[in-house]
Design a protein around this ligand. Sequence first.
Ligand SMILES: Cc1cc2nc3c(=O)[nH]c(=O)nc-3n(C[C@H](O)[C@H](O)[C@H](O)COP(=O)(O)OP(=O)(O)OC[C@H]3O[C@@H](n4cnc5c(N)ncnc54)[C@H](O)[C@@H]3O)c2cc1C
Length: 286
Amino acid sequence: MLKKLTQFYYPETIEEACKYLGKKGEKTAVVAGGTSEALRQDNSIEALVDISRVKELNYIRKDSSIYRIGATTPIQDIYKCSDLKGPSGEILKYTAGKIGSTLLRNSITAGGNLAAIFPWSDLPPVYLALDAEVVLRKGKPKRTVPVENLINERPNKFLGENEIIAEIAVPVYGKGTGTSFVKFAKTANDYSMITVATRVTLKSGKIEQARIALNAVTISPVRIKDAEKILEGQKPTSDLIAEAAAKTAEKAEIRKDFRASKEYKREVLEVLVRRSLEEALEMAKK
Ligand SMILES: Cc1cc2nc3c(=O)[nH]c(=O)nc-3n(C[C@H](O)[C@H](O)[C@H](O)COP(=O)(O)OP(=O)(O)OC[C@H]3O[C@@H](n4cnc5c(N)ncnc54)[C@H](O)[C@@H]3O)c2cc1C
């Protein structure tokens, strides 16, 4: 409950938004889609800065080898975007379509989905698998950092006082790369129990780069680098994939969850990672 909330700001530019966030003597916070407002822990907030009307934050575009997604872009726009293609575009669209209902997807924003980071957040592990970067703005000044740094340090600690997520920058991968997203939940609309996002990039018949990212089964999005190392530099074989999947299940710090036991989730995780890597490899070989 935001018992101290007395003020709502509706900035129209990034600079205006950051100015409100940095206002002295007032405890402020950003609101974008507002879908996680009920879960906000900090009851001392006095003012909310609604960035959903900042037009310069709402876009999806391709700049040479990067897909650029503005922070207030609704998830539904990602799902429906016909310009998103290839190994990066396909996984972004597919994953967006797996988030909640149409109603929710029209509200949830790309930036909010990354800033809030819940175990059930679907796009953050995809960003990890794609080696995405995030553009942060503090008024005019901006910095670009790997999404992995933001996630590992938690966005609420990583972001400066009047700093916002402005854009997610996703590398465009071409031929030789395959991606896969697997969400394991009790029903199509339920929160995920196990989320797996993988990418493999082949070069001269060998796996040049491998990414295995998880969420839901873990407390927050994470890459399993020990398993990725098993794949990199090797020829892709069934045994190698099975070994990487087993290592992922061994290394993942499985989250306690009332839906299923840790033992069950570990077994299912191994199968899902194997299938996901197989799917990514199939795409990479096309
Ligand atoms: C019933 C339900 C089911 C859901 N199911 C799923 C699901 O299956 N998969 C999934 O991925 N998500 C799901 N979500 C959405 C998820 O739980 C979050 O609510 C959502 O990702 C938050 O996005 P938002 O745009 O609404 O952010 P908000 O709720 O507006 O903000 C979330 C947090 O991020 C901060 N913030 C927002 N934007 C920025 C920015 N640009 N820069 C800095 N800080 C910012 C806010 O201050 C706040 O702390 C579900 C939500 C609901 C209500």
